[in-house]
Design a protein around this ligand. Structure first.
Ligand code: MN
Ligand code: MN
Length: 454
């Protein structure tokens, strides 16, 4: 009677050597994508390049969309909407929506960042998203972003990725002198205002005051033609200078910065580009998820509704009817069970690295507060879809009840009367500067997204 018992399976167990080769090739594509996109702007730019090669054309709000069109709407360079217009009747079938986010936890430069203390030049930062601050000390850091001048010219900054580039650095106190700090709580031992990034240490000659800062400004002026005031209108992100790497003798895992949530964005894009379907597909790369999906580029923006209205109008149907029949996968990562910290998880319901893509019926905190909590009907439907296409999937949840929690964009989609559930890759060390995922899980995410939009 063992058939009556629900069992998870390690997704690696079921793989033929041909599929193994396919998984490894897919993982190489993802690693290149991850290495090239360390900020939301960079991921949007590289995705635009990918989809243009596949024949996608820019879309302007209000333009009519015709069956067969492949379009992209680039929202301020920070979020991206792909529209693939199918021949299915959107009044009956709605549209299929895939949404992942492409912003990741990091340190942002403040608006007046540069100062000098004790002959060392620093940038002041303000962290973005949920981080454990101590993880950002004593690791190689890169600077990525834009500086916009008064005349509107935009300068792109990327330093620390090339092997010949310098990197940047935040200090930590030596253990010999850490008696006071080591008795504090982690939260109080590492204040946000201490996340100061070293950017220089040689004084300009014949300068009395702030000579190191002056020298750094000379470098910046030579490199970018800017002065200190230009930082007022800059967005520069401090990110780990690490490249993605295989982990383990068997190369089962990939360590990288920003798996959350680019490990779901990438399969979303590949599934959209590769799947032949009659459905209309809206594929979204969102910004600002890590700070609550606020702002014009976050998923709470009315732009989502505006684009759905544009699709509905083009098909000559009511937007309300289109939305009511639409379905969405909120493609976001979940916590992978970590046996070293087993007390943080409930082993029967946690997601496991290597066990396939993970579906979280709900997220949230305490009594599911802030959660979308998908319906049994929608999950039942998806079980059938995934069984049909042999997707290896598992359930997931964000840790033990009452330990903490978190949210995704799922609730902002379902607010529009759209059936939505979270489905994504389990991550170890989520939100760390160097996160870990299993290769087989991103492959299963790709298969799940293909099955969903087919
Ligand atoms: Mn996420
Ligand atoms: Mn996150």
């Amino acid at each position: 009677m063992s058939d009556l018992i629900y069992k998870r399976t390690n997704a690696n167990n079921t793989k033929s050597s041909e599929e193994r080769a396919e998984i490894n090739a897919y993982a190489e594509g993802y690693k290149a994508f991850l290495a090239a996109g360390k900020t939301e702007r960079e991921v949007v730019a590289e995705t635009v390049e990918m989809v243009e090669k596949a024949g996608y054309k820019p879309y302007a709000l209000g333009d009519k969309i015709n069956v067969g069109d492949k379009l992209y709407y680039n929202n301020r360079g920070k979020s991206l909407f792909l529209i693939k217009a199918g021949k299915a009747d959107v009044a009956k079938e709605g549209i299929r929506i895939l949404v992942a986010h492409v912003d990741s936890p990091r340190l942002d430069l403040k608006q007046v960042p540069l100062y000098e203390d004790s002959d060392i030049a620093y940038f002041k930062t303000h962290y973005y998203g949920g981080i454990k601050k101590y993880q950002w000390l004593t690791v190689p850091l890169a600077l990525h972003g834009v500086i916009v001048l008064k005349n509107g010219d935009k300068i792109t900054v990327s330093v620390g990725e090339d092997d010949n580039d310098p990197v940047f650095y935040i200090t930590d106190l030596l253990p010999h002198l850490s008696q006071d700090i080591s008795t504090k709580t982690v939260a109080s031992a590492f204040p946000g205002e201490n996340l100061n990034v070293i950017v220089g240490g040689i004084p300009a000659l014949d300068v009395d005051k702030d000579a190191v800062k002056q020298n750094v400004l000379t470098y910046l002026n030579e490199l970018y033609g800017i002065d200190e005031e230009d930082f007022l209108s800059a967005e520069i992100e401090v990110v780990p200078a690490y490249k993605p790497k295989d982990v383990g003798f068997d190369r089962a895992f990939i360590a990288g910065y920003g798996h959350d949530d680019r490990v779901c964005a990438y399969p979303e894009i590949t599934a959209t580009l590769q799947t032949e379907t009659d459905q209309t597909v809206l594929t979204i790369l969102a910004d600002k998820e890590e700070i609550g999906s606020e702002g014009a580029t976050g998923m709470q923006s009315v732009l989502l509704k505006d684009l759905m209205d544009c699709i509905a109008q083009s098909y000559g149907v009511s937007s309300a009817v289109l939305r009511a029949h639409s379905q969405c996968l909120s493609a976001d990562v979940t916590a992978a069970y970590d046996p070293t910290y087993r007390e943080a998880f409930e082993a029967r319901n946690a997601a496991y690295a290597g066990y396939g893509v993970a579906m979280s019926k709900f997220t949230g905190a305490r009594g599911k507060s802030g959660s979308n909590d998908a319906s049994a009907e929608f999950i039942g439907h998806l079980r059938g879809v995934f069984a049909r296409d042999e997707v290896v999937w598992q359930t997931g949840e964000l840790g033990r009840v009452d330990l903490g929690g978190g949210g995704t964009v799922a609730k902002f989609l379902s607010n529009w009367n759209i059936d939505t559930v979270d489905l994504g890759v389990p991550v170890l060390s989520m939100h760390a500067p160097y996160e870990l995922i299993a290769k087989v899980d991103i492959w299963q995410a790709h298969k799940a997204f293909c099955a969903f939009i087919k």
